[in-house]
Design a protein around this ligand. Structure first.
Ligand code: NAD
Ligand code: LMR
Length: 325
């Protein structure tokens, strides 16, 4: 039996995510899943309505759904804690504009996790997700830091889809499109190391100026583009990326492949300061742990991008330093 807590369960991402977690597509058809839905007291009714709908799906893999308005109770004994609940940005805002409003949520939930769960993996989706993960991890020293991650899988998926569309190949042909750094406009979608049909993406695309300008900007700004179009931030694609993220961490990564997620830097790879929650190329190993893929070639062009996103994360850390005491 796998216990999964989802915060912000009555929000828009929650509404897409819960049904897929319950359906068996993530943990397999032979694993029972119990969902712990955490919401603010004012949204409990909505969470309970979603819980009724989950039951009404009669998923054979869903062992139960419980709603909570207290974090510690919701996190009790969970194997996965998906920290989604927080304010989303609106049109014209950057994700970093949410930093002061959302940071206290992750202080409280980090502390609650420390008291309530031990064999747990924590995925931070709520923005700004890298720095929120840094805060939660800081307040949850009882759980190994490597159990914390923040989601950049949506950026990887966007980067793959856009490249595939431009080149005119199926998206499944695009591999190893690593997102480096922050889930923000400074992220670096690494087209230099991506493969299309087993060949370097840059060669197949044959248009470096497009990759450096439109491609980079569109991946970096896709979240804002969605908000502009929908009036609300991405939800179904974010939930889908969260499903991909959990799967990638749950299954050994096929030989020669890698995926993106923001995890604590151990200070040993690519010159990224220790402790920052930074999106790296990762591989899940047979024993269930992951490694940061070493020795990916970093050009002078890429080095400059990595520095920019590192500087931004250092700045965000400085802004929340009073939440890290
Ligand atoms: P939403 O406003 O629809 O839902 C958020 C829910 O969280 C609400 O129901 C609210 O009541 C609840 N909530 C707020 N504080 C809470 C708390 N302390 N405990 C429990 N629940 C709480 O927002 P959404 O569209 O679902 O987005 C949620 C977050 O995910 C936002 O911060 C958004 O920016 C972020 N996001 C991240 C990514 C990513 O790729 N990392 C992608 C999309 C959205
Ligand atoms: C996204 O990338 O779609 C999310 O982080 C939501 C946002 O604010 O852009």
């Amino acid at each position: 039996m796998i216990h999964v807590a989802i915060t912000g369960a009555a929000g828009q991402i929650g509404y897409s995510l819960l049904f897929r977690l319950a359906s068996g597509e993530v943990f397999g058809p032979h694993t029972q899943v119990k969902l712990h839905l955490l919401e603010l007291p004012d949204s409990m009714k909505a969470a309970e309505g979603t819980a009724m709908e989950l039951e009404d799906c009669a998923f054979p893999t869903l062992a139960g759904v419980e709603c909570f308005d207290q974090a510690e109770a919701a996190f009790s004994g969970v194997n996965w804690a998906l920290l989604v609940g927080s304010k989303p940005r609106g049109p014209g805002m950057e994700r970093s504009d949410l930093i002061r409003a959302n940071a206290p949520i992750f202080v409280r939930q980090g502390k609650a996790l420390a008291r309530a769960a031990s064999d747990v993996r924590i995925v931070v989706v709520g923005n700004p997700c890298n720095t929120n993960a840094l805060i939660a991890q800081h307040h949850c020293q009882e759980v190994p830091a490597t159990r914390f991650s923040a989601m950049t899988m949506l950026d990887e998926n966007r980067g793959k889809a856009l490249l595939a569309k431009k080149i005119g190949v199926p998206v499944a042909d695009v591999h190893n499109l690593v997102i480096w750094g922050n889930h923000s406009p400074t992220m670096y979608p690494d087209f230099e190391n991506a493969l299309v049909g087993g060949k370097p993406a840059e060669t197949v695309c044959g248009n470096r100026p497009w990759l450096e300008s439109q491609y980079l900007a569109q991946v970096q700004q896709r979240g804002a583009e969605i908000i502009q179009a929908r009036g609300k931030s991405s939800a179904a694609s974010a939930a889908s990326a969260c499903i991909d993220h959990i799967r990638r961490f749950s299954q050994p990564t096929p030989t020669g492949e890698m995926f993106s997620a923001a995890v604590p830097s151990n200070g040993e790879h690519y010159g990224i300061p220790k402790g920052l929650i930074f999106s790296f190329p990762l591989r899940t190993l047979a024993n269930g742990t992951y490694e940061i893929v070493p020795n990916i070639p970093i050009s002078a062009y890429a080095r400059e991008k990595l520095q920019k996103t590192t500087d931004e994360l250092l700045k965000e850390r400085e802004i929340v330093k009073d939440q890290l005491l």
